[in-house]
Unconditional design. Structure first.
Ligand code: NAD
Length: 355
């Protein structure tokens, strides 16, 4: 039976396919952008240079200092560059960090942003912006940060190394898993989430075997788009909260933390979210969702333990207390002892276990 629901969709324009970066100029023209500032990380400046050549006069310049967690100080520098160049729009070429910078600029200027994602993390379809200032991360949701167009071009993902492929892919999977049991989920999102889990579940192991497998890369990018859409529309729960706490408190890397935690939080929520579990099991072709996700991580050679990521064992109790501080929707109520046992297993790298 279909449960009552509210369905929300944000305006989006997605251009998907091999070689579609060639259409960036046309997308900017459609938006009336005549001088675009190109954004990248220092590591991806070659891509920004290539796009500058491609765009000719439509490229106003490059700001190649995008940084993890979107520090406000970097955004201010980018804003100054934008103003000095007289840019009237921007293009984010990269992963969640670069797209985060693009969103921070969109929020401050209301100029159009085109996102060209090169990982699977999935910031491009969401209204979420997380920014850091003075060591604190503040997250907000506002449609003002949404890219006006998103170009998914598989060619830009071929350089993604196996480690980042695995962890940003599982980061995307986490959006779909939580969307399936979100308190505000709906039938459309459930379709997208299940297909997203299936696409990433079948493609990621192929890519790890051969990072140049274009067919699998296209499949993964399609899955990442679906998962990103899920993240943008419905509320995330315990998994995203725990990863936020662990990342913020122990300075653990974002995508790796998501990867380690996902099988464990899935097991924690399993008794309270049987329909979501059935969909994940169907999508992955496994008997138990949490075990399937754990085995998938293993097949990808992804990290399995929080201790590998640098978390101290003494941090387990601190993390539990922080997770318990805020009340938010989660299918299973937050139980101190069960949360502690779950985090202890994740810390040690043990498989998920009911409890
Ligand atoms: P990232 O953007 O930080 O990129 C990691 C590194 O990989 C960078 O050095 C980057 O230059 C490099 N890289 C990216 N694509 C590459 C490619 N194709 N080939 C070679 N190198 C490449 O990593 P990420 O996992 O995409 O993003 C993580 C950040 O995004 C976090 O700060 C997270 O909070 C944020 N995020 C935000 C949302 C949202 O909705 N706001 C969603 C997901 C993630």
């Amino acid at each position: 039976m279909i449960a009552p629901f509210t369905y929300v969709a944000y305006p989006s324009r997605v251009v998907f396919g091999p070689g579609k970066l060639a259409e960036l100029g046309a997308e900017l023209e459609r938006l009336g952008v005549r001088r675009a500032l190109l954004l990248s990380t220092p590591e991806q400046i070659a891509l920004a240079e290539q796009v500058r050549q491609q765009l000719g006069d439509t490229a106003a310049g490059i700001f190649a200092r995008a940084t993890m967690h979107t520090p406000v100080a970097v955004t201010k520098d980018a804003l100054a560059k934008l103003q000095s160049l007289g840019a009237d729009g921007f293009v984010a070429l990269g992963g969640g960090s670069t797209i985060g910078l693009g969103k921070a600029l969109a929020l401050r200027t209301d100029l159009p942003l085109v996102a060209v994602p090169t990982t699977y993390a999935g910031s491009e379809m969401t209204t979420i912006l997380g920014e850091t200032e003075g060591g604190r991360k503040a997250t907000q949701r506002t449609p003002r940060v949404l890219p006006k167009a998103v170009i998914y071009d598989v060619e830009l993902t071929l350089s993604l190394p196996p480690g980042l492929t695995a962890t940003s892919g599982v980061n995307a999977l986490a959006h779909a898993v939580e969307a399936l049991y979100a308190h505000d989920t709906n039938p459309i999102i459930a379709l997208m989430a299940e297909d997203g889990v299936a696409a990433l579940g079948r493609s990621l192991p192929r890519i790890i075997r051969d990072t140049a497998d274009r067919e699998a890369r296209i499949d993964a990018q399609y899955g990442a788009w679906l998962c990103s859409t899920c993240l943008g529309v419905v509320a995330m729960a315990l998994h995203h909260k725990i990863c936020h706490v662990l990342g913020g408190s122990f300075n653990l890397p974002h995508a790796e933390t998501h990867t380690v935690m996902l099988p464990h939080v899935t097991e924690y929520n399993a008794p309270a979210a049987p329909d979501a579990m059935r969909r994940i099991e169907r999508a992955l072709g496994v008997e138990r969702a949490s075990a399937g996700l754990f085995d998938l991580n293993r097949s990808l050679g992804a990290p399995a333990a929080l201790r590998e990521l640098g978390m101290p064992e003494a941090g387990i109790d601190q993390a539990v207390e922080m997770v318990l501080q805020d009340q938010y929707a989660n299918p299973r109520p937050l139980e101190r002892n069960a949360l502690r046992a779950m985090l202890a297993r994740a810390w040690a790298g043990e498989p998920p276990k009911p409890g």
